[in-house]
Design a binder for this molecule. Structure first.
Ligand SMILES: [Zn+2]
Length: 252
């Protein structure tokens, strides 16, 4: 069994930590080394590897300090991005082993050109591609790239736990409810999220099944979503609706 914990960093990042039974661990997207080092010390853990989803500093900024503490650290990162100290460049459809579990590398182009995700039966680390009730900004790729990446994630089993890199859920829900005010699942989820955040609890991981019900960016074929963007696009194909939603969210 892989035990997965969240280490909060900066204002709203999560660094996910995967732990095995023998006090060894791997961290995903360590933007800040200090919070990781103090967690390792408190829990008496040894860091074996780092997994990186994309090049942004809030995901990679802690790599060099962590290597100073653990010189034999493996740094698994997207081959198509310039990641400092990367030891294991990986590409779409390749696999890596984490404590005897095989993770598939998924290309998730859109937020950045080389963005990747890590998937192992029921567990997904998707960086800044999919958030709960939202998706990442399309900085380097095209809307089509991002929509193709999200469709890959939509095809994963519904029970898949989605470990996103940011706690954006509450703000995303305000937008999602503007798009689909009548969506009962969304209304119910907002109450749940409000309770969690009031107690300073993470809303993550989410699941693919839940996101399919509440995330407007995964629902561009729903009549209520299409209606909400009808003044922004006359095309009702999923890609055009997705692009209209993303532009609306950018200015929301
Ligand atoms: Zn990013």
């Amino acid at each position: 069994m892989l035990n997965i914990k969240s280490i909060p960093a900066f204002r709203d990042n999560y660094i996910w930590l995967i732990q095995n039974q023998e006090q060894h661990c791997v961290v995903v997207d360590p933007g800040d080394a200090q919070v990781v080092l103090s967690y390792l010390q408190t829990h008496q853990l040894t860091l074996d590897a780092i997994l990186i989803t994309h090049h942004h500093a809030d995901h990679t900024g802690g790599i060099s300090d962590l290597i100073r503490h653990f010189p034999r650290l493996n740094v698994v990162a997207p081959a198509d991005e310039a990641i400092p100290s990367m030891t294991h460049p990986v590409r779409d459809a390749e696999q890596i082993e984490i404590f005897g579990h095989t993770f598939d590398i998924l290309s998730l182009k859109g937020h950045t050109l080389g963005h990747i995700g890590y998937y192992h039966q029921g567990i997904l680390f998707c960086g800044d591609t999919l958030f709960s009730a939202g998706c990442g900004r399309v900085f380097e790729g095209s809307y089509e790239d991002m929509w193709l990446s999200l469709q890959k994630l939509m095809a994963l089993p519904e029970e898949t736990k989605v470990y996103c890199a940011h706690e954006y859920t509450a703000a995303n829900l305000a937008f999602a409810l503007a798009v689909e005010p009548e969506n009962k699942d969304l209304q119910h989820y907002r109450e749940q999220v409000n309770r969690l955040r009031a107690n300073n609890q993470p809303t993550l991981p989410s699941t693919i099944g839940r996101e399919l019900k509440i995330n407007p960016f995964l629902r561009p074929s729903q009549p209520e979503v299409i209606k909400s963007v009808s003044d922004r696009t006359s095309n009702h194909d999923p890609l055009s609706v997705f692009a209209a939603l993303r532009e609306w969210k950018n200015e929301f």
